[in-house]
Design a protein around this ligand. Structure first.
Ligand code: GDP
Ligand code: IMO
Ligand code: MG
Length: 446
């Protein structure tokens, strides 16, 4: 029996969706604990292709119940659209999609404010996904947010009045005329309530009950550790806790019930949006990674910034999340490189820093210290036995294990479920409740 967290160790888009989809057969339920539709999780298998935003990647797996936890922010309009999309593709969601009655509701003015602020910031914009995420967590922390459960009880208008009073002057000052009146908002909420109502549940009680019954729950992270509001590259972060600690507050399942953390990490680094990125490449190698890795945002289509593997950041992330094992993704993207660099340290004012600095002013000034390793220059796509990987690729992975301080438990060599190595290691067997066989069956063969 194991309750396992799958989360991103970098700045998001590590391939969490793919990994969650693959390991699903070892779990009885999948729960998201933070974020909203700023997430874009891609799942590919056979000739199928899904891009999920709110829905946990477990939705594609049989009858697995999928939970949207209290730590999430939900825009009902976009949730309905996503549900309709997967239903049209033959995925049944009714009765399987369980929404916390304590998640925050994203309203049109949260979206409008996110957009208006980004426009007003000009050069210094954060590069948000403009999904209203920041403003919604702000009203949550400001104790004026609307929760999913509020949609179906009396007193909605009173709450909406407070929100309108909060947003109206801000939007006006930014030149936005997108403010809705209390009655317009109220009508919208009533419309949403009819569809949201049947999904609502006290999900903390539900999830803890599953665990009481000996079931295994998988927690699916969105974004990545370095986008965490507390531990990331603040202020160039998202507005939730994307690190392991977010599971406890974002679902109500306490830390004492969590058994392992599978940290998803690319074999190199990407970032979308603004903010410091020490190992960023602005040359042909960076361009190669972007093209070969198809590094364009799942949610926004923006080109992702690309760079070498940053072991300083990865080590920090390993510590913050207590990573049990790593799922290293996109190894195949490096197949053609002659030389591969790894950032092993940050040099700042003549000294090599021991830890990940808090201030972005320092992160923007540090110089990466690189170690160069030989590339393997042969294809790794679809290799299923780790001993069949080219020696230089195995050496590269061993080097990353040593630098980061966590074992490699999975290696992904293509976007599809079938293109993944799963190690038969104690860490993986433990996190998968000894159901490695079921996961391998689910993977199939290419
Ligand atoms: P997530 O947000 O962490 O779920 O990741 P995204 O889905 O946003 O981005 C990962 C992208 O890489 C998607 O387009 C995946 O289909 C793709 N992908 C995942 N793993 C691999 C891999 O091992 N190799 C290659 N070439 N692509 C991968
Ligand atoms: P997944 O789950 C990559 C980034 C945005 C921006 C910052 C703040 O697919 O890994 P926000 O809209 O959250 O206020 O934007 O965070 N960001 C992501 N980058 N992957 C994501 O999700 C992201 N979600 C947010 O680009 O820099
Ligand atoms: Mg993504």
């Amino acid at each position: 029996m194991a309750n396992t967290i799958v989360l991103g160790m970098q700045w998001g888009d590590e391939g969490k969706g793919k990994i969650v989809d693959l390991v699903c057969p070892a779990f009885d339920a999948v729960a998201r604990f933070q974020g909203g539709h700023n997430a874009g999780h891609t799942v590919k298998f056979a000739d199928r292709h899904f891009a999920l935003h709110f829905l946990p990647s477990g939705i594609l797996h049989g009858e697995t119940p999928c939970v949207l936890g209290n730590g999430m922010v939900i825009y009902p309009e976009a949730l309905f659209e996503e549900v309709a999309g997967v239903e049209a593709a033959g995925v049944r969601t009714e009765g399987r999609l369980i929404l916390s009655d304590r998640a925050q509701v994203i309203l049109p003015m949260h979206l409008a404010l996110d957009r208006a602020r980004e426009d007003a910031r000009g050069e210094s914009k954060i590069g948000t996904t403009v999904r209203g995420i920041g403003p919604t967590y702000e009203t949550k922390a400001g104790r004026m947010g609307l929760r999913t459960g509020d949609l179906v009880v009396d007193g909605l208008e009173r709450r909406l009045e407070v929100l309108v009073r909060h947003f109206e002057p801000q939007l006006k000052a930014l030149g936005s005329d997108e403010m809705l009146s209390v009655s317009e908002l109220s009508a919208l909420c009533r419309e949403w309530a009819d569809r949201i109502g049947p999904m609502l549940r006290d999900t903390a009680t539900y999830l803890n009950g599953l665990i009481d019954d000996g079931k295994n729950v998988l927690f699916e992270g969105a974004q990545g550790a370095l986008l965490d509001i507390d531990h990331g590259t603040y202020p160039f972060v998202t507005s939730s806790n994307a690190t392991a600690g977010g599971v406890a507050t974002g679902t109500g399942v306490p830390p004492t019930r969590i058994d392992g953390v599978l940290g998803v990490i690319k074999a190199y680094t990407t970032r979308v949006g603004a903010g410091p990125f020490v190992s960023e490449l602005h040359d042909a190698d960076g361009e190669h990674l972007r093209e070969r890795g198809n590094e364009f945002g799942t949610s926004t289509g923006r080109p992702r910034r690309c760079g070498w593997f940053d072991a300083v950041a990865a080590r920090y992330s390993r510590m913050l999340n207590g990573v049990t094992a790593m799922a290293v993704t996109k190894l195949d993207v490096m197949d053609e490189l002659a030389d591969i660099k790894v950032c092993t340290g940050y040099r700042y004012q003549g000294e090599v820093l021991e830890s990940f600095p808090a201030a972005i002013e320092i992160l923007e000034q540090v110089e990466p210290v690189y170690e160069t390793l030989p590339g393997w220059q042969s294809t790794t796509v679809g290799i299923l036995d780790p001993s069949e990987l080219p020696k230089a690729a195995r050496d590269y992975l061993s080097y990353l294990e040593k630098l980061v301080g966590a074992p490699v438990g999975m290696i992904s060599t293509g976007p599809r479920r079938e293109e993944t190595i799963v190690m038969d290691s104690p860490e993986m067997q433990g996190m998968l409740s000894q159901k490695l066989g079921a996961v391998l069956d689910h993977r199939g063969t290419p």
